[in-house]
Design a binder for this molecule. Sequence first.
Ligand SMILES: [Cu+2]
Length: 168
Amino acid sequence: MERLIAFGMVGIVVLAAGMITRTFAQMPPQIAISMTEYAFTGPEGKSGPIDAAAVNIATLKTGQTVQLVVSNDGMNTHTIVSPLFDAVAGTEIQFVDAMGTQVARSIGKSNRTIELRPGWKARVVLTPSFETSEDNGKVVFEVTCHRQHGTPNDHYLRGMKATITVSK
Ligand SMILES: [Cu+2]
């Protein structure tokens, strides 16, 4: 009887190890994007300041699934708006609050706007698949925040305009 229980436990441990391995294997590479007053910061650059031209903050590879981890590290609510989210076949978005608790999840064809309160994160999984013969195979998407549009504090005009490039 004791031996039977011991075998049962080994079985559970092996099963758990298998699940962990599979979870890690499926996790797409992460790209961190931070939102602050008033900039987007990614692995390749930081947007702004006021009236500056859009800065490329990240480059994705066509056909490769990635997870964009968008954090609102600022004091105000910010949005990340991009036609990229709408141009892909679908997105999987998990919204996490400042305590790390999931507050919402959306899977499928997404809206273009992701709004985050201070301290919140959005984990956006997508697979860009675009091909063009122009511009050496690069497709450029704007990434913007349009909070307080039409006021002196317009986030877009103050520096929250960037691009994400999809390359071949
Ligand atoms: Cu903003």
